[in-house]
Design a protein around this ligand. Structure first.
Ligand code: C5P
Ligand code: MG
Length: 158
C-alpha cells in the first residue's frame, strides 16, 4: 500500500464557471486557472502522483502548455491513474476535503463522488467527499478562494 497527499487552491472570480470534481456548481463566481481550475481534481491528481512517486501535476501538465488551456481536469486524473498503472499501482480508496465558504456542497456531493469513482476505477463506497467552511477566516473564509486536500491509497495491481 502507498499513500499520497495533494492540495490545491484557486482564486474565485466573478463570471467564471465553477467546476469542482467535474460538476458545475451554481454560483456567481468560479475558479481562475489555465485549465478549468478544478481544485478537487488537481488535488486528487497530485495525491495519485504522490503515492506513485511520479512528482506533481505541474511536471506532467504544465500551465505554460496551450494544450491544457481550459482543459477538463478529469483528464489529468485519468492520465495520473494511467501512469500509476504503468508502475503497477491502482487506487484503493480516496478521501477529499473541500474548503469553501459558500455555497453548501451537499447537493453536489454524490455527483462529485461518482465522477471520482469513475476516474479512479472504484466503487462509490471507496471514495469520500467532505466539505468545510473556513469559519470566515482567510481567503476561503472571505469567499475569495476554494481549496482542496486529497488523500489517496494506492495498491499493487494483483
Ligand atoms: O465548516 P462547518 O464545520 O460549518 O461545516 C459544517 C458542515 O457543512 C460540513 O461538515 C459539511 O457537511 C457542510 N458543508 C458543505 N459545503 C460547504 C461547507 C460545509 O456542505 N461549502
Ligand atoms: Mg489547480
Amino acid at each position: 500500500m502507498r499513500v499520497g497527499h495533494g492540495w490545491d487552491i484557486h482564486r474565485l472570480a466573478a463570471g467564471r464557471r465553477f467546476i469542482l470534481g467535474g460538476v458545475q456548481i451554481a454560483w456567481d463566481k468560479g475558479p481562475l486557472g489555465h485549465s478549468d481550475g478544478d481544485a478537487l481534481f488537481h488535488a486528487l491528481c497530485d495525491a495519485i502522483l504522490g503515492a506513485s512517486g511520479l512528482g506533481d501535476i505541474g511536471l506532467h501538465f504544465p500551465d505554460s502548455d496551450p494544450k491544457w488551456k481550459d482543459s477538463d481536469s478529469g483528464r489529468f486524473v485519468a492520465k495520473a491513474v494511467e501512469m500509476a498503472g504503468n508502475r503497477g499501482l491502482k487506487p484503493a480508496n480516496a478521501d477529499v476535503t473541500v474548503i469553501l465558504e459558500k455555497p453548501k456542497l451537499g447537493p453536489y456531493r454524490e455527483a462529485i463522488a461518482a465522477n471520482m469513482a469513475s476516474l479512479l476505477g472504484l466503487s462509490t463506497e471507496k471514495v469520500n467527499v467532505k466539505a468545510k467552511t473556513a469559519e470566515g477566516l482567510g481567503p476561503e473564509g472571505a469567499g475569495e478562494a476554494v481549496s482542496c486536500h486529497a488523500v489517496v491509497m494506492m495498491e499493487e495491481v494483483a
